[in-house]
Design a protein around this ligand. Structure first.
Ligand SMILES: Cc1cc2nc3c(=O)[nH]c(=O)nc-3n(C[C@H](O)[C@H](O)[C@H](O)COP(=O)(O)OP(=O)(O)OC[C@H]3O[C@@H](n4cnc5c(N)ncnc54)[C@H](O)[C@@H]3O)c2cc1C
Length: 371
C-alpha cells in the first residue's frame, strides 16, 4: 500500500503532449496537424510511403509523403484498425470487408488485453470526503479560486492518490491485483454523482489470461472498429476478480477504518456467495482503460508478432508502430508511463542512439528488498 507516482508538474496534470510535444512545437522540422483523421497508410512495393488523412474542416482527403518512415501511434484500438484499413492484417478479416491484402499479418488486432476493474464503495459517517468537501457552489468556487490563484488546496488533488498491489493467492510470485483508493463514492467511471460521503476501492486484475481482439466493422475508416474485449473468459480470471472483492471487504472491515466506514454501498450485503460475486462482477466491471497488445512485438518465429524488436512492422519497409499496442503482455500496473518509456526507447532507436546499459533494479517482495 502507498501513494502513487503521478504525471503532475506545478500542480497540473502533465500529459505526454505537454511534456514532449509542446516544447518542440517551434521547431522548423515539425508540423502538427489536428482535426486530421488518418484513414490509411499508403504502401507501395512493400514500403510505407505516406499517410492518407481526411481534414475535419474541409472533409477533403489529403496525403502526406514520408521521406524516411511512417510512425503509427494511434493506440491499442486505432493502430490495428488503421493497419487493417490499409490492408495489413489477417486475410480472413480483411476479406470480410473487401479490403485487398497488402501484407498478411494474422496478429494485427489479436491479443487484446486490458485491466478489468470493479469499484466497491462504503459510506463514510464523517463529512470529510469529496462530497462534503466540495458541496455547494461556494465551496466549489473557493476550491477553484484557491487553485487558480495560489495553486493550492483540493483543486490540486485528484482523489485517486494511493493504492496497493496485492496477491490474490499466496503462491504467486508477484501481485496480480491492483487497488486504487478514491476519496468519494464512484459510480460509472465517476459520471454518476452520488450524494453521500464515502470511499471507494477500485480493484483490477493485473495479469489476465483472457485475450480479446480488435477487428473491423466496415471498410469505412470512419466506422468504429469492432472490439471483442472477451473479459473473464477463464476460471483464473474470474477467481482473481472474486478474490479481489473479498480482499477489499477484509481491508474495509479493519478496526482502523471503524470511524470512517459505515454501510457497504456496492456491492452490498446481498452479494455474498461465489455465484453472487461473479454475477455482480459480470454486471458491474468496467475497463480501467489499459488496452494493450494488439500489434504485439515478438520474434520472427512467432506468426502472431506484428512488430519486431525495433518496432518495425514485419514485412513492410519504413513502418513502425510505437504505442501501447506493441506490448506483448499487459504490464502489472498503469500503462501510461510504460507507453512513454516505449516511445522514449523508440526515439533513441530512430536517432541511432546506443541502448542504455541494463540496470539492476531492485524489486520489493513481501516487504523485503530483493536484488
Ligand atoms: C480515461 C482514461 C484514464 C486513464 N488514466 C490513466 C492513469 O491514471 N494512469 C495511467 O498510467 N494510464 C491511464 N490511462 C491509460 C493511458 O492513457 C494509456 O495507456 C496511454 O495513453 C496509451 O498511449 P498510446 O500512445 O498507446 O495511445 P493514446 O494515448 O490513446 O494515443 C493515441 C493517439 O492517436 C490518436 N488517433 C487515434 N486514431 C487516430 C486516427 N485515425 N487519426 C488521427 N489520430 C488518431 C488519438 O486521438 C490519440 O491522441 C488512462 C486512459 C484513459 C482513456
Amino acid at each position: 500500500w502507498g501513494p502513487y507516482q503521478l504525471t503532475i508538474r506545478d500542480g497540473q496534470r502533465w500529459s505526454a503532449a505537454r511534456a514532449y510535444l509542446h516544447p518542440a512545437m517551434s521547431r522548423p522540422n515539425l508540423t502538427c496537424l489536428t482535426g486530421a483523421r488518418t484513414t490509411r497508410i499508403i504502401v507501395e512495393n512493400g514500403r510505407a510511403t505516406g499517410v492518407e488523412y481526411v481534414d475535419d474542416k474541409t472533409k477533403t482527403k489529403q496525403v502526406v509523403n514520408a521521406d524516411k518512415e511512417v510512425l503509427l501511434s494511434a493506440g491499442a484500438v486505432q493502430s490495428p484498425h488503421i493497419l487493417q484499413l490499409s490492408g495489413i492484417g489477417d486475410p480472413e478479416e480483411l476479406a470480410k470487408f473487401g479490403i485487398p491484402v497488402v501484407k498478411a499479418l494474422k496478429g494485427v488486432g489479436a491479443n487484446l488485453q486490458d485491466h478489468l476493474d470493479v469499484t466497491m464503495s462504503w459510506e463514510c459517517p464523517q463529512p470529510i470526503t469529496a462530497f462534503s468537501l466540495r458541496k455547494g457552489i461556494v465551496k466549489t468556487l473557493m476550491i477553484g479560486m484557491n487553485y487558480a490563484f495560489f495553486g493550492k488546496g483540493m483543486g490540486r488533488q485528484q482523489f485517486l492518490e494511493s493504492g496497493a498491489f496485492l496477491k490474490s493467492r499466496p503462491d504467486l510470485d508477484r501481485p496480480d491485483l491492483q487497488v486504487h483508493c478514491v476519496l468519494a463514492v464512484m459510480q460509472d467511471h465517476g459520471k454518476v454523482s452520488v450524494a453521500k460521503d464515502g470511499f471507494t476501492f477500485h480493484v483490477c486484475q493485473l495479469r489476465p489470461e483472457s485475450r480479446g481482439r480488435v477487428g473491423l466493422n466496415s471498410a469505412d475508416p470512419f466506422a468504429d472498429p469492432a472490439i471483442f474485449a472477451n473479459y473473464l473468459a477463464t476460471d483464473e480470471d474470474r477467481r482473481a476478480m472474486r478474490e479481489g472483492v473479498r480482499m477489499m471487504r477484509h481491508v474495509a472491515s479493519q478496526a482502523a477504518l471503524d470511524a470512517y466506514r459505515s454501510e457497504e454501498l456496492f456491492p452490498g450485503k446481498d452479494v455474498e456467495t461465489d455465484e453472487q460475486i461473479d454475477a455482480w462482477i459480470r454486471k458491474h466491471a468496467e475497463t480501467i482503460y489499459h488496452p494493450v497488445g494488439t500489434c504485439k512485438m515478438g520474434a520472427a518465429s512467432d506468426e502472431m508478432a506484428v512488430v519486431d524488436g525495433e518496432l518495425k512492422v514485419r514485412g513492410i519497409e519504413g513502418l513502425r508502430v510505437i504505442d501501447a499496442s506493441v506490448m506483448p503482455t499487459l504490464v502489472g500496473g498503469n500503462t501510461n508511463a510504460p507507453t512513454i518509456m516505449i516511445a522514449e526507447k523508440a526515439a533513441d532507436m530512430l536517432r541511432g542512439r546506443a541502448a542504455l546499459p541494463a540496470e539492476d533494479v531492485a524489486v520489493f517482495e513481501d516487504g523485503q528488498k530483493a536484488a
